[in-house]
Design a binder for this molecule. Structure first.
Ligand code: ADP
Ligand code: MG
Ligand code: MG
Length: 484
């Protein structure tokens, strides 16, 4: 089916609209269900450490092509292997990032940390990866999945996604569609990621050692983080989680002679970063010192600095260049499967290819997304803004701070988007699009991968009219896939 604007449209999982009275009752139940099952966030507009609102969600599971979902699930272990190998290939990281390092001080700072570690060494050869690979179905190519990006640091929402999968079972049952529950895939993302952390903890092998979550000074997405903490305790009652900011760690963390990481009186087995990926997380030099200290330690890091760098947009773009994948995936079939999920990715370096990409972007800005090396949503440039941003730097090497990417156009569908404090405004179905994330766990060192698993999924849905759909950032809504 085609929508008004010509974008293909998917059928909804049940006929819409839902009759008004039934809808009102259902919405109030669903909101309470979400709040009472840990799909909450602290309000951004009026932070309250004692309060919680439900995290934005869509009332119904969005339909998603089953064959594409299955493909992404199966591909995850190849993606894990690929990014693990990329992270351990010094030459490739240097080559991919060198132009960006000249003009992007944040990435340059991460890279200098990486070089320090290469020079001075680290006591821990293993890395822990809790990854999430994100995709949109591309509507003009029969909804084949295209990778939006790869996250190697602070891959979030595993808890809320797990909870939303169950919420949608409840909603469809309330509506009397028990026969449709079989279309909702099981989701154990939270447990999968926490098992990864616990596996690393066991490898570390010190029963009293803790898992350290490195967090922001104020955490809005607290449910998601705390449930990781609670799940760790549930899965292994012996394991304690502590939370510290980089600023606190600058004061409290130290290394023993044998490089054990000590925070106050705790020995740390595993470091799990839920911050440290934006410049704001490093208000001064002491936070960088803390990151370096951790990096040198015997603790198992999620991620290590090389994993962090492997997750940059620039590396993703470099991997899409002809011949790049084959370096890491000698099995041509595997490389072929990954190549298929790449959409057009273009370097903006100061060479003929960069010049061509600039021209393309300026003449048809709506076909592209301009991306800096940043994480956490809200950093990309779209449409006419590309002309403003890229126009100014088109002849300067500043442009190497960005990559250019084909804009993926996902199929539309209708859903009810529920946000706190919106009252009845949410009783009208709206056009939305959905982004799928697949979680992976990997543990290994330069030579060997000792664990490689796919552990669950996330579906995040935004208004079709919005450029981005970050949930913590306030534009997106949690969802779960209804496979057809
Ligand atoms: P971040 O690391 O900040 O999450 P992303 O690359 O995931 O960066 O971009 C943020 C959001 O922008 C995505 O969730 C998606 O909604 C949108 N987006 C990114 N790349 C594309 C693309 N190529 N086509 C369409 N939308 C995109
Ligand atoms: Mg990201
Ligand atoms: Mg993203």
């Amino acid at each position: 089916m085609l929508s008004k604007m010509g974008t293909p449209r998917l059928d909804t999982c049940i006929p819409l609209p839902i009759e008004q009275e039934e809808l009102e009752t259902l919405v109030s139940k669903a909101k309470d269900w979400a709040l009472m099952h840990g799909a909450g966030m602290r309000p951004m507009d009026a932070y309250d450490p004692d309060g919680m609102r439900f995290a934005p969600f869509v009332l119904l599971p969005s339909t998603f092509p089953k064959s594409e979902f299955d493909r992404a699930v199966q591909l995850q272990i190849v993606i894990n292997e690929l990014f693990h190998k990329v992270a351990h290939n010094h030459e490739f990281l240097v080559e991919s990032l060198k132009s960006t390092l000249e003009v992007d001080p944040f990435t340059a700072k991460l890279f200098s940390l990486y070089e320090t570690i290469r020079r001075e060494g680290t006591a821990q050869a293993l890395s822990l990866g809790l990854f999430r690979s994100d995709y949109f179905p591309h509507s003009s190519e029969s909804n084949i999945l295209k990778q939006v990006e790869m996250n190697t640091i602070a891959s979030s929402l595993a808890q809320i996604a797990t909870s939303t999968s169950l919420l949608h079972r409840y909603v469809l049952s309330e509506l009397g569609y028990q026969d449709k529950l079989k279309h909702l895939p099981e989701n154990n993302a939270l447990q999968g990621l926490c098992n990864g952390m616990l596996q690393a903890w066991e490898i570390y092998g010190q029963p009293k050692a803790v898992i350290l979550f490195v967090v922001e000074p104020v955490t809005y997405n607290i449910c998601d983080q705390r449930f990781h903490e609670f799940e760790v305790r549930r899965l292994n009652p012996l394991v304690t989680v502590i939370r510290r900011t980089l600023t606190q760690l600058a004061e409290q963390a130290k290394l023993e002679r044998d490089k054990r990481l000590i925070v106050e009186n705790y020995e740390v087995a595993v470091v799990y970063y839920r911050s440290g990926y934006t410049p704001d997380d490093y208000p001064s030099e002491i936070e960088w010192d803390a990151r370096l200290l951790i990096e040198k330690s015997l603790a198992i890091k999620c991620p290590t600095i090389q994993y962090h760098l492997a997750g940059t947009k620039k590396v993703q773009q470099a991997l899409a260049l002809p011949g790049a994948l084959e370096k890491f995936l000698p099995d041509a079939r595997k490389a072929g499967h990954v190549q298929k999920i790449f959409t057009g990715l273009y370097s903006l370096d100061m060479d003929e290819f960069g010049d061509k990409a600039v021209k393309m972007a300026l003449s048809e800005p709506d076909r592209f997304v301009l991306k800096p090396q940043r994480e956490g949503g809200g950093n990309n440039v779209y449409g006419k803004d590309i002309i403003d941003v890229l126009g100014k730097i088109q002849n300067s090497k500043e442009r190497s701070a960005y990559i250019l990417m084909d804009r993926i156009v996902p199929p539309l569908q209708l859903n009810y988007m529920l946000r706190p404090g919106r009252g009845k405004a949410m009783y009208e179905p709206v056009d939305v699009v959905s982004e799928l994330g697949i979680y992976g766990v990997v543990i290994g060192d330069e030579k060997t991968i000792i664990e490689n698993k796919q552990v669950g999924h996330m579906l995040r849905t935004k208004l079709a009219s919005a450029n981005e759909g970050g949930v913590a950032a306030g534009w997106g809504a949690l969802d779960s896939p209804y496979l057809f």
